[in-house]
Structures are given as C-alpha cells and as structure tokens.
Design a protein around this ligand. Structure first.
Ligand SMILES: *[C@@H]1O[C@H](CO)[C@@H](O)[C@H](O)[C@H]1NC(C)=O
Length: 394
C-alpha cells in the first residue's frame, strides 16, 4: 500500500505541471468553426473578432488557427491587447486573407489588420492579399477621388512580437507598419507588389526599438524598408530588395521637434533594379532630429539608380523655401558594398549646409556604371575611406 501511494504521489507531482502546461497552451480557436468560410467571398470578419475575444480571455498561450483556403475580410479589424489575460496569442495561418478588391469598402480605415497594445503576439505563415491594384490605378490616374487605402498589417504600442513566414501581397498602402513597439522579430517574410504601385512601402518602422528583420524578400513600388524618427537598435540581415526604392532612413526632419534615429544595421543585402540602395533622407527644414551610428555592410547592388545616397534637401512641392535641414547625421559606415549603378553617380552625399554630415566612413566600396568606374558627389560632408574605395569624393 505504502509504496504505491508514494509512487502515485510522486507520479502526480510529476504529471501535474505537465498537465497544467498542456492545458494552458492547448486552447486553439479555429476561425472556421467560428463562422469563417474558405470560399473567398463570405465576409469572415466576425470570426476573426470572435477568435480574438476568446483567445484574449483565455490564459497561457492560446492559438488562433486559420486553416487552408481563401477568407474574405471586408472590414478593418483591430486586435486590442489592453484587456488580454494571457502571455500572448499565436496566429497559426495556413490560408489567405483577402481584402475586398473594391477600394471604397476599406476606404480610409488606415490599417486592415491592426494590433494595438499587445504583448507576445506571434504570427506564423499566411498570406495577406490587399488586392490593391484598382486603388493604385485610381491614384496613378491622378484625377483625385481615391481614398488613401489601408496598410495590410500594423502593430502599435506593442511588445515581443514575432512575424514569421508571412506573405504580404498587393497592399493598397504600406504592407507592414511597426509603430511605437519594442522587440519585434520579422523573419522569412515576403512582400510583393508591383514596382509601379504607389506608397506600398514594404516594412515601415518608427518610434520603435529592438526591431529585427531577417531573411526577407521585398518587391514593391516604394521603399522596401523605411525607418522613421525615433527608431533605435534596429537590425536588418539577409534582405533582398527590388523592385522598390531601397532601404531608407527617412524622410526625417519634417517637423521641428523629432526623436532621433540611432544604432541601425543593414548587413547582407541585395538591391536589384531599385531606385535607391541605402538612403538617408531628410527634409530641407529646421528640425532637432538626428541620425547616429549606422552600419551598411556586405551589400550587392545590381543596377540601383542611387546605390549610396544621403539627401538632406528633400522638399516636395517647394514646401521649404530658403530653409536647410536641421537633422544632423554622424557616424555612418559603408563597408563591403559592390556592384553596379544604373546612373553615372553611384555615391551622392548631399548634406545640410547647417549641420554637415560627419564621421562618414567608406571601406571597400566598389561601384561601377556601364562596367566603368562610376562617379560621386559630395557636399557638406566629412569622413574617411579605408581599403579600396571607388568612386570617392571624401
Ligand atoms: C544596437 O542594436 C543592436 C540590435 O540591432 C543591439 O544588440 C545592441 O545592443 C545595440 N547597441 C547599443 C549600444 O545599444
């Protein structure tokens, strides 16, 4: 009797935590059992809202499962984490979420799938198809009357986010926006839209810290990755970009008061047929913004129009008459950058006459135009070169 009892006691002591953890991680909410239909037509918005409410209310790490198939989601959805009881929600997506192709339906609702105040959300797999082509056509026609459209996926005021293996297709506006977040990992993501689609930035990050983007392919009509004011400690590795406008820090300094951008790394990247390679861009207006401690490393350019560019005189529609940029740029290193420029000027440093760019370093940079040495232009810039650098005006 006694040994059996002890054995049972020991067994239950051992099993109890296992059972508990199995229980707390086992809640799965399948949108198909909550009313979503994989026929590409029936509006499945409510199933997603229900799944979120259920997941939010359960403990541990619940999963929202989206099975194979095409799910039409006709309304903008906000997943708010402010009242969630758990350690985070996993989205396990096999299928495709379709936005309505009629752009008037989502209109100006900003973001199709918005996560707000969430902690620990992981999105694995899935396709978000924004069906943006009719809105792009409306905008390109230039006759007005087009809504702004919506960003496919947004995170705001959130923490400990993972986006893994997601595909974002044909967004009406930006594909993915990270705003006011901490610790965001974007891995193995694909962004794809036409090279002539307006304002379809791949991934835009602002006011955020600890964002990493790795193993990601972006083909789109605007910046592949854009980095706005207040972004710090950001890491990008193994990025393919093109078509698109490259990786851009900025536009910065549109406003007088603006947090700076600091500690940004791009390592191992390829730009194919892009408008820019690596760019830093600021408005030619007064501002207290800054860019410090940036590394662009191991980069291949294949016919990029402006492979390396700092442009501090951005001023569309003449909105900064006789003004100069207040953004100060310092500590930018360009290392191991090779390949071809689609224009004669492969390196352009056009810095503020008030705040010169300082401590700009070029190391082992070789760029050609039509198989011959390219040229470079420098204004208001100070720095140095190391190893073999061609062209260089530093
Ligand atoms: C710079 O950012 C990286 C992540 O990209 C981080 O690991 C590192 O600690 C940061 N450095 C400083 C000085 O904050």
């Amino acid at each position: 009797m006694r040994p059996t009892l002890t054995f049972l006691l020991l067994l239950s002591l051992f099993l109890l935590p296992c059972l508990m953890s199995a229980k707390s991680s086992s809640y799965t909410y399948n949108v198909a059992t909550l009313g979503a239909r994989p026929n590409g037509k029936t509006d499945s918005t409510n199933a997603f809202i229900k799944a979120w409410i259920l997941a939010c209310g359960s403990s541990g790490r619940p999963t929202i499962h989206v099975p194979w198939g095409r799910f039409m989601v006709r309304k903008a959805v906000t997943f708010s984490g402010s009242r969630c009881k758990n350690k985070g929600v996993n989205f396990d997506i096999k299928g495709t979420l379709l936005a309505p192709s009629d752009f008037h339906v989502l209109g100006n609702s900003e973001t199709w799938f918005m996560f707000e105040d969430v902690v620990g959300v992981t999105i694995s797999g899935g396709v978000l198809d924004g069906q943006g082509s009719s809105l792009w056509a409306c905008k390109r026609a230039g006759k007005g009357g087009c809504p702004d459209g919506v960003t496919n996926l947004g995170f705001t005021n959130s923490m400990n986010i993972v986006i893994r293996g997601l595909t974002s297709l044909n967004s009406q506006l930006y594909h993915i926006v990270v705003n006011g977040c901490k610790n965001v990992k974007i891995q193995g993501v694909t962004v794809s839209a036409s090279g002539t689609s307006p304002n379809t930035d791949g991934i835009h990050v602002q006011l955020s810290t600890g964002v990493t983007i790795v193993n990601t392919n972006i083909h789109t009509g605007d910046d592949c990755i854009s980095i706005g004011a207040g972004t710090t400690n950001m890491w990008m590795e193994n990025i393919n970009c093109g078509p698109g406008h490259g990786i851009s820090i900025g536009s910065l300094g549109k406003d007088g008061n603006e947090p700076g951008v600091q500690n940004i790394t791009v390592t191992t990247a390829k730009f194919t047929g892009t408008e820019n390679g690596v760019r830093i861009k600021s408005w030619g207006r007064p501002s207290n913004g800054f860019v410090r401690n940036v590394l662009f490393q191991r980069i291949t350019m294949v016919n990029a129009q402006n492979p390396i560019i700092i442009d501090q005189n951005y001023c569309p529609a003449g909105r900064c008459p006789r003004q100069v940029s207040g953004v100060s740029i310092s500590g930018v290193r360009y290392e191991d950058i090779h390949g071809s420029s689609a224009t004669p000027v492969a390196i352009k440093f056009d810095c503020s006459s008030k705040h010169h760019c300082t401590d700009i370093k070029l190391e082992n940079v070789m760029l050609t135009y039509n198989k011959r040495p390219a040229s470079s232009t420098c204004s208001n810039v100070g720095g140095s070169t190391y190893g073999l650098v061609r062209p260089s005006c530093l």
